[in-house]
Write a protein that binds this ligand. Structure first.
Ligand SMILES: [Zn+2]
Length: 451
């Protein structure tokens, strides 16, 4: 008999935990019968189930690593230590590279032995394999106790972090929990800094300087980027911004002025800019919270302080020191473009584009009027936020809407999904606060909290 196919989604579908029951339901859903709203729900459910199945796959990999060869169908013989050739067995069975097989073994041991809370989150459909891989790499040097402490702090937030945001959050937390260990690793890496070149089969080559201090890399990248963008803005250049940056960098390293060489149309209007975010209390040495370089992630407190001190001496670098709560204090002007002071404040407050999961640095973003200027939205800090060009277009052309909510920026997608992007450094609101906010705003579907 043909399998029964569901039309639409069964009631309570959104709350079905991953496992056998959800797997059965998923096998009967026909996506061609679903509305856009339901398709997002279906996608979310399939992802929950995938997370669950990925945890089961890791369990199998770990079990295999401890297994002993025996007769077919024989008893489950186990070793007390891991089979050193398990990676080869796995690579052969799944046509994986040795690299992938080894990585998956590391993920299995991290997730199941070092920090089992991650395995629980995967089984519950809250954490996928890509995020488990980020945990594995970032916690590699950590002692198990320390790793468990970090995981306990991050896991409640896992559903609202992309892999990029998770990496940043882990690095930041490690800087807070064990700055001495991070400092040691950092200094060790700095001592290994070098310039390398690599040749490719297609006749091209690469040059890279590795293990440099983040602030220097941020300033260098911004300098190259500024020349490339100025050239693009001058018009008539067919090259992409990536090609321009590469050409400019090669000229600069070769000791040639890119404008004389014809690579760039215009000289850099300024030196490279580093956007450093640092708490006032950290600058005053009252605590050692990590700073952050926009687009390059967190940095150790003392490095941030040192960078801030250098910046104070070199006027071409900018930095912003902010309070933990990012209190607003600004006067509005009846003009479309924010004043420089307003723009600086918004950039320091938002740090990145305010779309869920987007990490484009504020400096490369537009300042969006949450309530459109054309509709009477004022050019005031509370009505402005950073949006990258892509998300700015999504808002104006793609029917995504943005409103200011009590906890951050509230997004509603064309398919009716709601997401709240919390302010940086702000703890997520309690369920009571959320319920109250939903009641006041008349929302029937809860928003997913995101960073
Ligand atoms: Zn964006």
């Amino acid at each position: 008999m043909a399998e029964k196919v569901l039309v639409g989604l069964p009631s309570g579908f959104a709350d079905l935990p991953p496992g056998r029951e959800l797997a059965v339901v998923l096998s009967t859903v026909d996506p061609t019968t679903l509305s856009g709203q339901d398709l997002v729900e279906l996608l979310a459910a399939r992802h929950r189930q995938t997370c669950h199945d990925q945890a089961r796959q890791l369990q199998t990999i770990r079990e295999l690593a401890y297994s002993r060869p025996g007769p077919v169908g024989g008893p489950p013989l186990r070793r007390t230590i891991v089979d050193p050739h398990a990676d080869t067995e796995i690579a052969f069975a799944l046509t994986w590279t040795d690299y992938t097989a080894n990585l998956m073994l590391s993920v299995a041991f991290t997730v199941l032995e070092k920090t089992p809370a991650i395995a629980e989150a995967m089984l519950a459909g809250r954490c996928d394999l890509d995020k488990a891989k980020v945990f594995t790499t970032e916690l590699d040097d950590c002692e198990p106790d320390q790793a468990r402490q970090v995981v306990a702090r991050i896991l409640p937030e896992i559903a609202r972090l992309t892999t990029g945001q998770l990496r940043d959050a882990l690095r930041k937390l490690l800087l807070t929990i064990d700055p001495a260990a991070v400092r040691k690793r950092h200094d060790k890496a700095l001592a290994d800094r070098c310039v390398q070149h690599q040749e490719f089969a297609n006749g091209t080559a690469a040059i890279a300087a590795t293990y440099l201090p983040k602030d220097k890399v941020a300033a260098a990248f911004d300098h190259v980027d500024a020349i490339a963008r100025a050239t693009k803005a001058a018009g008539l250049d067919e090259r992409t911004i990536d090609q321009l940056r590469a050409d400019v960098m090669a000229d600069l390293l070769a000791g040639v002025d890119p404008t004389t060489a014809g690579t760039a149309a215009a000289p850099a209007t300024r030196k490279g800019v580093v956007n450093l975010h640092l708490n006032l209390s950290t600058l005053a040495c009252l605590d050692d919270l990590p700073g952050e370089i926009a687009g390059f992630g967190p940095v150790l407190a003392d490095i941030a302080r040192q960078t801030a001190a250098q910046m104070a001496e070199h006027a071409q670098w900018r930095f912003s020191v902010h309070h933990d709560n990012g209190t607003l204090a600004a006067e509005g002007r009846l003009r479309y473009r924010p004043t420089t002071a307003q723009a600086n404040f918004i950039n320091a407050r938002d740090r990145t584009c305010r779309a869920p999961g987007c990490r484009r640095p504020a400096r490369r973003c537009d300042h969006d009027h949450n309530l459109d200027w054309a509709l009477g939205g004022p050019t005031l800090i509370p009505n402005l936020c950073c949006l990258c060009r892509r998300h700015h277009r999504a808002k104006h052309l793609g029917k995504f809407t943005i409103t200011r909510g009590p906890h951050g920026i509230d997004w509603t997608t064309p398919r009716g999904r709601r997401y709240t992007v919390l302010l940086h450094d702000q703890p997520p609101p309690s369920p009571t606060e959320l319920g109250l906010a939903a009641h006041i705003l008349g929302h029937h579907t809860p928003a997913q909290l995101r960073r």
